[in-house]
Design a protein around this ligand. Structure first.
Ligand code: GUN
Ligand code: ZN
Length: 445
Protein backbone atom coordinates (compact mmCIF):
# COMPACT_ATOMS: atom_id res chain seq x y z
CA UNK A 1 0.00 0.00 0.00
CA UNK A 2 1.21 3.47 -0.87
CA UNK A 3 1.36 5.50 2.33
CA UNK A 4 0.65 9.21 2.14
CA UNK A 5 3.50 11.37 3.36
CA UNK A 6 3.05 13.78 6.23
CA UNK A 7 0.45 16.39 5.30
CA UNK A 8 0.61 19.93 6.61
CA UNK A 9 -2.76 21.72 6.63
CA UNK A 10 -2.37 25.49 6.63
CA UNK A 11 -5.27 27.54 8.00
CA UNK A 12 -6.78 29.67 10.77
CA UNK A 13 -6.77 27.14 13.60
CA UNK A 14 -9.26 27.47 16.46
CA UNK A 15 -8.52 24.89 19.11
CA UNK A 16 -10.70 24.48 22.23
CA UNK A 17 -8.55 24.04 25.33
CA UNK A 18 -10.97 24.34 28.27
CA UNK A 19 -14.54 25.32 29.02
CA UNK A 20 -13.85 29.02 28.50
CA UNK A 21 -10.60 29.01 26.59
CA UNK A 22 -9.33 28.23 23.12
CA UNK A 23 -5.97 28.52 21.43
CA UNK A 24 -5.62 30.35 18.16
CA UNK A 25 -3.14 30.28 15.29
CA UNK A 26 -4.26 32.80 12.68
CA UNK A 27 -1.66 31.39 10.28
CA UNK A 28 -1.49 27.88 11.67
CA UNK A 29 -0.19 24.50 10.61
CA UNK A 30 -1.59 21.08 11.49
CA UNK A 31 0.81 18.23 10.67
CA UNK A 32 -0.82 14.83 10.23
CA UNK A 33 1.06 11.56 9.70
CA UNK A 34 0.21 8.72 7.32
CA UNK A 35 -1.89 6.99 10.00
CA UNK A 36 -4.02 10.05 10.66
CA UNK A 37 -2.30 10.95 13.91
CA UNK A 38 -1.51 14.59 14.71
CA UNK A 39 2.25 15.14 14.72
CA UNK A 40 2.21 18.80 15.60
CA UNK A 41 0.13 21.97 15.73
CA UNK A 42 1.44 25.51 15.77
CA UNK A 43 2.38 28.55 13.75
CA UNK A 44 2.57 27.58 10.07
CA UNK A 45 6.14 28.73 9.45
CA UNK A 46 7.36 26.85 12.51
CA UNK A 47 5.52 23.69 11.41
CA UNK A 48 6.96 24.07 7.92
CA UNK A 49 10.45 24.19 9.37
CA UNK A 50 9.78 21.13 11.54
CA UNK A 51 8.27 19.08 8.70
CA UNK A 52 10.16 20.09 5.57
CA UNK A 53 9.04 17.05 3.55
CA UNK A 54 5.32 17.50 4.25
CA UNK A 55 2.76 17.89 1.48
CA UNK A 56 1.11 21.28 1.98
CA UNK A 57 -2.68 21.47 1.93
CA UNK A 58 -3.51 25.12 1.67
CA UNK A 59 -6.61 26.11 3.65
CA UNK A 60 -5.16 29.52 4.49
CA UNK A 61 -8.42 31.35 3.89
CA UNK A 62 -10.35 28.78 5.94
CA UNK A 63 -10.91 27.93 9.60
CA UNK A 64 -9.66 24.59 10.89
CA UNK A 65 -11.45 23.27 13.98
CA UNK A 66 -11.77 19.90 15.71
CA UNK A 67 -14.71 17.87 14.37
CA UNK A 68 -18.03 18.21 16.16
CA UNK A 69 -19.23 15.46 18.48
CA UNK A 70 -22.91 14.52 18.66
CA UNK A 71 -23.28 12.65 21.95
CA UNK A 72 -26.90 11.60 21.40
CA UNK A 73 -28.89 10.82 18.27
CA UNK A 74 -31.32 8.19 16.91
CA UNK A 75 -30.61 6.83 13.43
CA UNK A 76 -34.05 5.27 12.72
CA UNK A 77 -35.76 8.55 13.66
CA UNK A 78 -34.02 10.49 10.88
CA UNK A 79 -37.03 10.11 8.59
CA UNK A 80 -39.44 11.21 11.34
CA UNK A 81 -37.94 14.57 12.22
CA UNK A 82 -39.73 17.88 12.68
CA UNK A 83 -43.18 16.52 13.58
CA UNK A 84 -44.14 19.21 16.06
CA UNK A 85 -46.90 19.20 18.63
CA UNK A 86 -46.81 16.35 21.12
CA UNK A 87 -44.75 15.82 24.25
CA UNK A 88 -42.50 12.79 24.76
CA UNK A 89 -44.89 9.91 25.64
CA UNK A 90 -47.46 10.71 22.94
CA UNK A 91 -44.76 11.57 20.40
CA UNK A 92 -43.08 8.19 20.98
CA UNK A 93 -46.35 6.33 20.47
CA UNK A 94 -47.57 8.32 17.53
CA UNK A 95 -44.41 8.90 15.47
CA UNK A 96 -41.35 7.16 16.82
CA UNK A 97 -42.34 3.58 17.60
CA UNK A 98 -43.92 3.21 14.12
CA UNK A 99 -40.74 4.65 12.53
CA UNK A 100 -38.56 2.24 14.50
CA UNK A 101 -40.80 -0.66 13.52
CA UNK A 102 -39.98 0.10 9.89
CA UNK A 103 -36.24 0.02 10.50
CA UNK A 104 -35.64 -3.30 8.75
CA UNK A 105 -32.17 -4.20 7.42
CA UNK A 106 -33.34 -3.11 3.95
CA UNK A 107 -34.53 0.25 5.28
CA UNK A 108 -31.29 0.60 7.23
CA UNK A 109 -29.30 -0.03 4.07
CA UNK A 110 -31.04 2.94 2.43
CA UNK A 111 -31.10 5.30 5.40
CA UNK A 112 -27.67 4.73 6.95
CA UNK A 113 -25.54 6.23 4.13
CA UNK A 114 -27.79 9.30 4.03
CA UNK A 115 -27.66 9.68 7.81
CA UNK A 116 -23.88 9.29 8.08
CA UNK A 117 -23.18 11.56 5.12
CA UNK A 118 -25.48 14.18 6.63
CA UNK A 119 -23.57 14.07 9.90
CA UNK A 120 -20.26 14.38 8.07
CA UNK A 121 -21.63 17.22 5.93
CA UNK A 122 -22.38 19.13 9.13
CA UNK A 123 -18.82 18.53 10.33
CA UNK A 124 -19.77 15.85 12.84
CA UNK A 125 -16.87 13.41 13.11
CA UNK A 126 -18.12 11.37 16.09
CA UNK A 127 -21.66 10.39 17.06
CA UNK A 128 -23.24 8.27 19.79
CA UNK A 129 -26.17 6.60 18.09
CA UNK A 130 -29.26 4.62 19.03
CA UNK A 131 -30.56 2.16 16.45
CA UNK A 132 -33.94 0.42 16.80
CA UNK A 133 -34.37 -2.97 18.50
CA UNK A 134 -33.40 -5.20 15.60
CA UNK A 135 -29.94 -6.71 15.78
CA UNK A 136 -29.66 -7.21 12.01
CA UNK A 137 -30.41 -3.53 11.29
CA UNK A 138 -27.88 -2.43 13.90
CA UNK A 139 -25.33 -4.61 12.16
CA UNK A 140 -26.08 -2.77 8.90
CA UNK A 141 -25.59 0.56 10.70
CA UNK A 142 -22.13 -0.52 11.87
CA UNK A 143 -21.21 -1.63 8.36
CA UNK A 144 -22.18 1.77 6.97
CA UNK A 145 -20.35 3.60 9.74
CA UNK A 146 -17.28 1.56 8.87
CA UNK A 147 -17.65 2.37 5.17
CA UNK A 148 -18.32 6.10 5.48
CA UNK A 149 -15.37 6.61 7.82
CA UNK A 150 -17.26 8.29 10.66
CA UNK A 151 -16.33 7.58 14.27
CA UNK A 152 -19.35 6.12 16.03
CA UNK A 153 -20.64 4.59 19.21
CA UNK A 154 -23.71 2.56 18.28
CA UNK A 155 -26.13 0.30 20.10
CA UNK A 156 -29.35 -1.55 19.50
CA UNK A 157 -32.23 -0.27 21.61
CA UNK A 158 -33.33 -2.71 24.33
CA UNK A 159 -36.92 -2.86 25.61
CA UNK A 160 -38.61 -5.73 27.45
CA UNK A 161 -41.78 -4.07 28.78
CA UNK A 162 -44.27 -1.20 28.35
CA UNK A 163 -43.71 -0.80 24.62
CA UNK A 164 -45.79 -1.90 21.61
CA UNK A 165 -45.66 -5.67 21.00
CA UNK A 166 -43.92 -5.17 17.68
CA UNK A 167 -40.86 -3.70 19.43
CA UNK A 168 -40.81 -5.81 22.59
CA UNK A 169 -38.12 -8.37 23.26
CA UNK A 170 -37.66 -11.15 25.71
CA UNK A 171 -35.09 -10.12 28.35
CA UNK A 172 -32.51 -12.82 27.69
CA UNK A 173 -32.84 -12.51 23.88
CA UNK A 174 -32.26 -8.79 24.16
CA UNK A 175 -29.13 -9.27 26.28
CA UNK A 176 -27.82 -11.97 23.97
CA UNK A 177 -28.33 -9.84 20.85
CA UNK A 178 -26.58 -6.89 22.52
CA UNK A 179 -23.69 -9.07 23.60
CA UNK A 180 -23.25 -10.52 20.10
CA UNK A 181 -23.14 -7.06 18.53
CA UNK A 182 -20.72 -5.88 21.18
CA UNK A 183 -18.37 -8.82 20.56
CA UNK A 184 -18.37 -8.16 16.86
CA UNK A 185 -18.14 -4.37 16.79
CA UNK A 186 -16.73 -2.91 20.01
CA UNK A 187 -13.27 -1.65 18.99
CA UNK A 188 -13.73 -2.43 15.27
CA UNK A 189 -12.05 -0.38 12.53
CA UNK A 190 -9.02 0.04 14.73
CA UNK A 191 -11.07 1.51 17.58
CA UNK A 192 -13.13 3.90 15.45
CA UNK A 193 -16.33 1.94 16.14
CA UNK A 194 -17.52 1.23 19.66
CA UNK A 195 -20.52 -0.45 21.22
CA UNK A 196 -23.06 1.06 23.60
CA UNK A 197 -25.59 -1.10 25.41
CA UNK A 198 -28.76 0.91 24.92
CA UNK A 199 -31.62 0.20 27.34
CA UNK A 200 -34.09 2.81 26.04
CA UNK A 201 -35.15 4.23 29.44
CA UNK A 202 -36.38 2.93 32.78
CA UNK A 203 -40.10 2.76 31.85
CA UNK A 204 -39.48 0.21 29.05
CA UNK A 205 -36.79 -1.86 30.78
CA UNK A 206 -37.14 -4.41 33.56
CA UNK A 207 -34.70 -4.47 36.44
CA UNK A 208 -33.34 -7.77 35.12
CA UNK A 209 -32.60 -6.21 31.74
CA UNK A 210 -30.86 -3.18 33.25
CA UNK A 211 -28.81 -5.35 35.63
CA UNK A 212 -27.85 -7.60 32.73
CA UNK A 213 -26.71 -4.54 30.77
CA UNK A 214 -24.60 -3.38 33.69
CA UNK A 215 -22.84 -6.78 33.86
CA UNK A 216 -22.23 -7.00 30.12
CA UNK A 217 -20.99 -3.42 29.72
CA UNK A 218 -18.58 -3.96 32.60
CA UNK A 219 -17.35 -7.26 31.15
CA UNK A 220 -16.63 -5.81 27.70
CA UNK A 221 -15.62 -2.28 28.70
CA UNK A 222 -18.45 -1.00 26.49
CA UNK A 223 -20.66 2.06 26.92
CA UNK A 224 -24.16 2.33 28.32
CA UNK A 225 -26.49 4.98 26.89
CA UNK A 226 -30.00 5.77 28.05
CA UNK A 227 -32.42 8.65 28.75
CA UNK A 228 -32.88 10.37 32.13
CA UNK A 229 -35.46 12.80 33.54
CA UNK A 230 -36.52 14.38 30.27
CA UNK A 231 -40.26 14.93 30.67
CA UNK A 232 -42.53 15.43 33.72
CA UNK A 233 -45.00 12.67 32.73
CA UNK A 234 -42.09 10.29 32.11
CA UNK A 235 -40.73 11.02 35.60
CA UNK A 236 -44.13 10.33 37.16
CA UNK A 237 -44.25 7.07 35.21
CA UNK A 238 -40.88 6.07 36.70
CA UNK A 239 -42.14 6.97 40.19
CA UNK A 240 -45.15 4.68 39.66
CA UNK A 241 -43.03 1.81 38.37
CA UNK A 242 -40.32 2.10 41.05
CA UNK A 243 -42.20 3.42 44.13
CA UNK A 244 -39.45 2.35 46.53
CA UNK A 245 -36.75 4.45 44.82
CA UNK A 246 -36.22 8.07 45.81
CA UNK A 247 -35.51 9.35 42.30
CA UNK A 248 -35.14 8.45 38.63
CA UNK A 249 -31.34 8.66 38.96
CA UNK A 250 -31.47 6.28 41.91
CA UNK A 251 -33.33 3.72 39.79
CA UNK A 252 -30.35 3.59 37.45
CA UNK A 253 -27.90 3.61 40.35
CA UNK A 254 -29.76 0.71 42.01
CA UNK A 255 -29.34 -1.55 38.97
CA UNK A 256 -25.69 -0.60 38.47
CA UNK A 257 -26.15 1.47 35.33
CA UNK A 258 -24.27 4.58 36.46
CA UNK A 259 -20.54 5.05 35.89
CA UNK A 260 -17.90 6.82 33.80
CA UNK A 261 -18.88 4.98 30.60
CA UNK A 262 -22.58 5.79 31.00
CA UNK A 263 -24.08 8.52 28.88
CA UNK A 264 -27.41 9.93 30.04
CA UNK A 265 -29.41 12.09 27.67
CA UNK A 266 -31.43 15.13 28.79
CA UNK A 267 -31.20 15.18 32.64
CA UNK A 268 -33.44 18.25 32.70
CA UNK A 269 -35.38 17.66 35.91
CA UNK A 270 -32.76 16.40 38.35
CA UNK A 271 -32.63 17.45 42.01
CA UNK A 272 -29.55 18.15 44.13
CA UNK A 273 -29.32 14.53 45.41
CA UNK A 274 -29.46 13.24 41.86
CA UNK A 275 -26.73 15.63 40.75
CA UNK A 276 -24.56 14.41 43.58
CA UNK A 277 -25.15 10.78 42.62
CA UNK A 278 -24.32 11.51 38.98
CA UNK A 279 -21.13 13.30 39.98
CA UNK A 280 -20.06 10.62 42.48
CA UNK A 281 -20.45 7.87 39.89
CA UNK A 282 -18.71 10.07 37.25
CA UNK A 283 -21.63 9.51 34.90
CA UNK A 284 -21.76 11.69 31.79
CA UNK A 285 -24.56 13.80 30.35
CA UNK A 286 -25.74 14.69 26.88
CA UNK A 287 -27.43 18.08 26.70
CA UNK A 288 -30.01 18.13 23.90
CA UNK A 289 -31.37 21.69 23.80
CA UNK A 290 -33.09 21.56 20.39
CA UNK A 291 -35.00 18.46 21.43
CA UNK A 292 -35.80 19.83 24.88
CA UNK A 293 -37.51 22.82 23.26
CA UNK A 294 -39.08 20.90 20.38
CA UNK A 295 -40.75 18.29 22.62
CA UNK A 296 -41.55 20.94 25.26
CA UNK A 297 -39.57 18.95 27.80
CA UNK A 298 -37.95 21.83 29.71
CA UNK A 299 -34.83 23.96 30.12
CA UNK A 300 -31.84 21.94 31.29
CA UNK A 301 -29.82 23.61 34.10
CA UNK A 302 -26.59 23.47 32.12
CA UNK A 303 -24.58 25.90 34.24
CA UNK A 304 -25.45 24.19 37.54
CA UNK A 305 -24.67 20.76 36.09
CA UNK A 306 -21.35 22.01 34.70
CA UNK A 307 -20.58 23.51 38.09
CA UNK A 308 -21.26 20.07 39.65
CA UNK A 309 -18.15 18.97 37.73
CA UNK A 310 -20.14 16.67 35.48
CA UNK A 311 -18.80 15.87 32.04
CA UNK A 312 -21.34 17.13 29.50
CA UNK A 313 -21.53 17.00 25.71
CA UNK A 314 -24.15 18.20 23.24
CA UNK A 315 -26.65 16.01 21.40
CA UNK A 316 -28.94 16.57 18.42
CA UNK A 317 -31.37 13.89 19.67
CA UNK A 318 -32.78 13.52 16.15
CA UNK A 319 -35.79 13.00 15.79
CA UNK A 320 -36.65 14.67 19.16
CA UNK A 321 -34.44 17.44 17.80
CA UNK A 322 -35.39 18.46 14.28
CA UNK A 323 -31.87 18.62 12.81
CA UNK A 324 -28.42 17.03 12.97
CA UNK A 325 -26.84 20.50 12.76
CA UNK A 326 -24.31 21.01 15.56
CA UNK A 327 -24.54 24.76 14.84
CA UNK A 328 -28.25 24.70 15.65
CA UNK A 329 -27.57 22.65 18.78
CA UNK A 330 -24.80 25.02 19.95
CA UNK A 331 -26.92 28.14 19.51
CA UNK A 332 -29.91 26.46 21.16
CA UNK A 333 -27.71 25.66 24.17
CA UNK A 334 -26.92 29.37 24.41
CA UNK A 335 -30.56 30.47 23.90
CA UNK A 336 -31.80 27.95 26.46
CA UNK A 337 -29.35 29.18 29.05
CA UNK A 338 -30.34 32.79 28.31
CA UNK A 339 -34.04 31.95 28.70
CA UNK A 340 -33.38 30.20 32.02
CA UNK A 341 -31.48 33.18 33.35
CA UNK A 342 -34.32 35.49 32.37
CA UNK A 343 -36.94 33.25 33.96
CA UNK A 344 -35.16 32.12 37.09
CA UNK A 345 -32.49 34.69 37.69
CA UNK A 346 -29.81 31.99 37.66
CA UNK A 347 -26.29 33.02 38.65
CA UNK A 348 -23.13 31.99 36.91
CA UNK A 349 -22.81 34.12 33.81
CA UNK A 350 -23.45 33.45 30.16
CA UNK A 351 -22.72 30.41 28.10
CA UNK A 352 -20.39 32.02 25.56
CA UNK A 353 -19.84 30.88 21.97
CA UNK A 354 -16.43 29.59 23.10
CA UNK A 355 -18.13 27.45 25.77
CA UNK A 356 -20.69 26.16 23.27
CA UNK A 357 -17.84 25.21 20.92
CA UNK A 358 -16.05 23.50 23.80
CA UNK A 359 -19.17 21.46 24.62
CA UNK A 360 -19.53 20.43 20.96
CA UNK A 361 -15.88 19.31 20.72
CA UNK A 362 -13.55 18.72 23.66
CA UNK A 363 -16.39 18.61 26.22
CA UNK A 364 -18.19 15.99 24.14
CA UNK A 365 -14.98 14.00 23.83
CA UNK A 366 -14.56 14.11 27.62
CA UNK A 367 -18.18 12.96 28.09
CA UNK A 368 -17.36 9.96 25.89
CA UNK A 369 -14.06 9.34 27.71
CA UNK A 370 -12.28 9.95 24.40
CA UNK A 371 -10.55 13.26 25.17
CA UNK A 372 -7.17 11.53 25.06
CA UNK A 373 -7.91 10.71 21.38
CA UNK A 374 -10.15 13.41 19.92
CA UNK A 375 -11.90 16.70 20.71
CA UNK A 376 -8.98 19.07 20.10
CA UNK A 377 -5.99 19.31 17.79
CA UNK A 378 -3.10 18.18 19.95
CA UNK A 379 0.02 16.14 19.18
CA UNK A 380 -0.71 12.41 19.52
CA UNK A 381 -4.48 12.72 19.10
CA UNK A 382 -6.28 11.45 16.00
CA UNK A 383 -6.83 14.03 13.27
CA UNK A 384 -10.61 14.50 13.38
CA UNK A 385 -11.20 18.02 12.06
CA UNK A 386 -13.29 20.26 9.85
CA UNK A 387 -12.44 22.99 7.37
CA UNK A 388 -14.93 25.86 7.53
CA UNK A 389 -15.35 28.67 5.01
CA UNK A 390 -15.73 31.91 6.98
CA UNK A 391 -16.69 33.93 3.90
CA UNK A 392 -20.11 32.38 4.10
CA UNK A 393 -20.51 33.80 7.61
CA UNK A 394 -20.25 37.45 6.62
CA UNK A 395 -23.52 39.22 5.95
CA UNK A 396 -21.71 41.65 3.66
CA UNK A 397 -19.53 40.27 0.88
CA UNK A 398 -17.22 43.26 1.33
CA UNK A 399 -16.27 42.13 4.87
CA UNK A 400 -12.65 41.11 5.33
CA UNK A 401 -12.99 38.22 7.73
CA UNK A 402 -9.29 38.22 8.55
CA UNK A 403 -9.82 41.61 10.21
CA UNK A 404 -12.50 40.27 12.55
CA UNK A 405 -11.65 39.05 16.05
CA UNK A 406 -11.70 35.30 16.67
CA UNK A 407 -14.59 35.81 19.13
CA UNK A 408 -16.61 37.49 16.38
CA UNK A 409 -15.82 34.67 13.96
CA UNK A 410 -16.89 32.06 16.51
CA UNK A 411 -20.07 33.91 17.31
CA UNK A 412 -20.91 34.20 13.62
CA UNK A 413 -20.16 30.54 13.03
CA UNK A 414 -22.43 29.42 15.87
CA UNK A 415 -25.34 31.74 15.15
CA UNK A 416 -25.22 31.63 11.33
CA UNK A 417 -23.51 28.31 10.57
CA UNK A 418 -25.04 25.38 8.71
CA UNK A 419 -23.77 22.63 6.41
CA UNK A 420 -22.88 25.16 3.68
CA UNK A 421 -19.95 26.50 5.72
CA UNK A 422 -18.38 23.05 6.20
CA UNK A 423 -16.11 22.41 3.24
CA UNK A 424 -14.24 19.27 4.33
CA UNK A 425 -14.57 16.80 7.16
CA UNK A 426 -11.66 14.55 8.14
CA UNK A 427 -11.77 11.58 10.50
CA UNK A 428 -8.44 10.13 11.58
CA UNK A 429 -6.82 12.08 8.78
CA UNK A 430 -9.09 10.60 6.09
CA UNK A 431 -11.24 12.92 3.99
CA UNK A 432 -14.83 11.72 4.64
CA UNK A 433 -16.74 14.66 3.23
CA UNK A 434 -15.85 17.22 0.60
CA UNK A 435 -18.64 19.67 -0.04
CA UNK A 436 -17.54 20.30 -3.59
CA UNK A 437 -17.60 16.67 -4.63
CA UNK A 438 -20.51 15.52 -2.43
CA UNK A 439 -23.03 18.20 -3.18
CA UNK A 440 -25.90 15.79 -3.69
CA UNK A 441 -25.37 13.24 -0.99
CA UNK A 442 -27.55 13.18 2.07
CA UNK A 443 -28.41 16.81 2.45
CA UNK A 444 -30.31 17.76 5.54
CA UNK A 445 -30.42 21.02 7.33
N1 GUN B 1 -37.03 8.61 25.84
C1 GUN B 1 -37.18 7.31 25.50
N2 GUN B 1 -37.05 7.13 24.18
C2 GUN B 1 -36.78 8.33 23.65
C3 GUN B 1 -36.53 8.79 22.33
O1 GUN B 1 -36.52 8.04 21.35
N3 GUN B 1 -36.29 10.12 22.19
C4 GUN B 1 -36.30 10.99 23.24
N4 GUN B 1 -36.07 12.27 23.04
N5 GUN B 1 -36.54 10.58 24.49
C5 GUN B 1 -36.78 9.27 24.70
ZN1 ZN C 1 -32.99 10.42 22.65
Amino acid sequence: MHLQPVRLFRGYIVNPAAEDRYALYTDGGLAVDANGIILDVGAYHEMRRQHPGAAIIDCSDRLILPGFIDTHTHLPQFGAVALYGKELPEWLNEHIFPAERQFTPEAADTQCPIFFHSLLAFGVTTAAIYCAVRKDSTHVAFQWAERTGIRAIIGKVMMDRNAPDFLLENTSDSLRAGEELCREWHGAANGRLLYAFTPRFAPTCSRALMKGVSDLAGRYGAYIQTHLAENRAEIQWVRDLFPEMRSYTEVYFGVGLLGPKTLLAHAIHVGADERRLLAETQSCLSHCPTSNLFLKSGLMPLRELMNSRLRIGLGSDVGGGPTLSPFEVMRSAIYTHTARRMLHDVDGGDISPATALYLATLGGAAALGLDNKIGSLVRGKEADFVVVNPRRLSPLPTDKWMDLSSDTLLSRMIFLGDDRVVEQTYVRGALCHDRHSNENIGRQR
